[in-house]
Design a protein around this ligand. Structure first.
Ligand SMILES: C[S@@+](CC[C@H](N)C(=O)[O-])C[C@H]1O[C@@H](n2cnc3c(N)ncnc32)[C@H](O)[C@@H]1O
Length: 251
C-alpha cells in the first residue's frame, strides 16, 4: 500500500474504496466533528485521498488543509473542494521523517483510514508527522479499522454457514477474509494486508505517540458493506464498525 498503489487506484477510487464518512449509519463522525468545530481554528486532513472529509471540515473551521501523497487522488480532492475558498491541498509523504508541511501547526487533525499499512514504521512515521504538525492541546480525530469487528464478522459468517448446513467453520458464503497475522492485526482484504486495531492497542499506541485518548466510538456500517446479500437475522445483529477516537495532543 505504497504511493504507487494509491496513485494506481486513481479514477477507480470512488468505486473501490470504502467511504467511511458516507457510510456512518449513526452519524457519529459528524457529531464528533460538530463538537470539535471552531470557526476560528485551523484543521488538517492527513491522508485526505479524494477529499470526502474536506467539505465537512471546511464548513466547521476557518482554514482547512488536505494532505496526501497520491497526485491522482489530490486532483479529485481539488475538484471536490472547488467551491470552498478556505481549503488548501498539499502533496507530501506523511511517513517520511523529512515531510515538510508548508502550513502552521493545526488545532484539529483528522486521519481517517490512513494508518492501515502493513508496515509498522510507515504507520508510526505518519502518526509522528501528525503530532509534530499539531499544537499542544490540539485534538486528533482518528478513524481506523477494528480488529474486533473483523473477528466478529467472521464469527457471524461462520454462523451463517452453519445455518446453511456447512460443517465447522468452513466459509462457503461470500465475504470471508483471512487474518494471516492476528497478533499484528493484519487482515487480507482482496490480497492487500491491511492493519486493523484493538481498542486497547489504540489506547497504548496513542499514549506512546504523544496523545491522550479522550473518547472511543464505534462508527457502524451496514452489513452489506461486509457481506454480500446478508440474511435478515444477521442484519438485525450489532453491525460491523471502525474505531473513531478523539485524542488530545500532549505537551
Ligand atoms: C483509505 S484512503 C482514506 C482517504 C480519506 N482519509 C478518507 O477517509 O476518505 C487512505 C489514504 O491515505 C493516503 N496515504 C497513505 N499513506 C500516506 C502517506 N505516507 N503520505 C500521504 N498520504 C498517504 C493514501 O494516498 C489514501 O489517499
Amino acid at each position: 500500500m505504497d504511493r504507487d498503489y494509491w496513485e494506481r487506484v486513481g479514477e477507480r477510487y470512488e468505486r473501490e474504496i470504502f467511504a467511511s464518512s458516507l457510510s456512518d449509519t449513526t452519524g457519529v463522525i459528524r457529531r464528533r466533528l460538530d463538537e470539535l468545530a471552531n470557526p476560528k481554528a485551523v484543521a488538517a486532513d492527513f491522508g485526505c485521498g479524494v477529499g470526502h472529509y474536506l467539505p465537512l471540515l471546511a464548513r466547521r473551521f476557518r482554514q482547512v488543509h488536505g494532505i496526501d501523497f497520491a497526485v491522482s487522488l489530490l486532483e479529485q480532492a481539488r475538484a471536490r473542494t472547488r467551491d470552498f475558498d478556505n481549503v488548501t491541498i498539499h502533496r507530501a509523504n506523511l511517513a517520511s521523517g523529512r515531510a515538510r508541511l508548508s502550513f502552521p501547526k493545526v488545532g484539529v487533525a483528522v486521519c481517517a483510514n490512513v494508518l492501515i499499512s502493513n508496515d509498522e514504521s510507515v504507520r508510526r512515521g505518519i502518526l509522528r508527522t501528525i503530532r509534530k504538525q499539531m499544537v499542544r492541546g490540539g485534538q486528533l480525530l482518528l478513524l481506523v479499522p477494528s480488529l474486533e469487528a473483523e473477528v466478529y464478522t467472521s464469527q457471524m459468517l461462520a454462523e451463517w454457514n452453519r445455518r446453511q448446513g456447512h460443517r465447522n467453520n468452513e466459509t462457503h458464503a461470500s465475504g470471508f477474509r483471512s487474518v494471516p497475522d492476528m497478533v499484528q492485526g493484519l487482515v487480507d482484504i482482496e490480497g492487500v494486508l491491511t492493519k486493523h486495531y484493538l481498542r486497547e492497542e489504540l489506547e497504548v499506541l496513542l499514549a506512546n505517540s504523544g496523545f491522550e485518548a479522550a473518547s472511543f466510538d464505534k462508527v457502524e456500517y451496514r452489513w452489506d458493506t461486509e457481506l454480500d446479500a446478508p440474511p435478515r437475522w444477521i442484519t438485525r445483529s450489532p453491525r460491523p464498525w471502525d474505531w473513531l477516537v478523539v485524542a488530545k495532543a500532549r505537551g
